[in-house]
Design a protein around this ligand. Structure first.
Ligand SMILES: Cc1cc2nc3c(=O)[nH]c(=O)nc-3n(C[C@H](O)[C@H](O)[C@H](O)COP(=O)(O)O)c2cc1C
Length: 259
């Protein structure tokens, strides 16, 4: 990442490096994003696959203009609600989250910063699913690859952002303000801009913990993390029941859970 105007990120950043270093960016500089860059990001986002190549995703782009102020205000309310719930549910109000030197403390500070400032993000992109049938658990699979393409294209051009699910408490009001048709579902909110910090290697679980060879209890010895890989701590514990075909068929929303 550099401020040099001659920087050609696409020439310097390989695809695999981009995949390994695209972080959730929650602190954005106020600089507007030029239309040519927005257009490039959206073009690459729309190269993503979708079921039957139906391409059901639409993109509402909110720039930081007076015309979008009402929608931005609604989004800010949704973020405050969503964060309030998450902070309670994921123990962000106690333990290591209260120490700004810990990873959880830093993440909490970044989330609070995003919530406080989302209204003024240079750009907010709203991926919208145009439904052609009743909600079903797989519908997000035709949207989120495109959202990730958007974030990867943003990273290639020196921008950053994060997919959030914090529109849910305000979805109806936001849909009305944006003039969405009845068969449109808001699938997330993606604030975008120049990062205040930096992208860099993401931390995930070791391959040995997540890849199995042929069946569940056989680890794949050949799947190894490159030397120097840094790992995430264990994910939050969950009380989710074992997934059964019945339980799966009951899940009707393909939209993202918060966080
Ligand atoms: C389905 C989904 C929902 C998410 N929702 C939120 C959210 O509501 N708020 C937020 O700040 N980040 C959200 N994120 C970002 C994740 O918290 C982030 O990707 C994760 O912590 C890993 O961070 P990293 O990519 O910087 O390593 C979401 C990500 C995904 C994939």
């Amino acid at each position: 990442m550099t401020d040099d105007a001659s920087f050609d990120p696409a020439a310097e950043l390989g695809l695999l490096d981009g995949l390994a270093t695209t972080r959730a960016i929650r602190r954005l500089r106020p600089d507007p994003i030029p239309e040519t860059d927005l257009s490039t990001m959206l073009w690459h986002a729309t190269r993503a696959p979708s079921g039957t190549n139906r391409q059901p995703t639409r993109w509402v782009v909110l720039r930081n203009t007076p015309e979008t102020a009402t929608a931005r205000g609604i989004i800010a309310e949704g973020f405050a609600d969503g964060w309030g719930t998450k902070a309670d549910d994921a123990n962000y109000r106690s333990g290591s989250a209260l120490d700004p030197e810990t990873r959880k403390g830093r993440q909490m500070a970044a989330m609070e910063h995003l919530v406080a400032n989302v209204e003024h993000a240079p750009v907010i992109i709203i991926p919208v699913l145009l439904r052609h049938r009743p909600p079903n658990p797989l519908e997000g699979a035709s949207v989120y690859p495109a959202v990730q393409n958007l974030l990867l294209a943003a990273r290639a051009l020196g921008y950053g952002g994060v997919l959030t699910g914090w529109h849910r408490s305000v979805e109806d009001r936001l849909a009305a303000e944006l003039g969405l048709p009845d068969n449109a579902a808001i699938m997330g909110i993606v604030p975008l801009g120049r990062p205040e910090g930096q992208h860099g290697p993401v931390r995930r679980l070791p391959l040995a913990d997540v890849v199995f060879d042929g069946r569940w209890d056989v680890s794949a010895d050949w799947a190894t993390d490159p030397e120097g890989t840094r790992f995430a701590g264990p994910p939050p514990t969950t009380s989710a029941p074992r997934s059964t075909p019945e339980a799966r068929s009951e899940k009707r929303s393909g939209r993202p859970p918060s966080g």
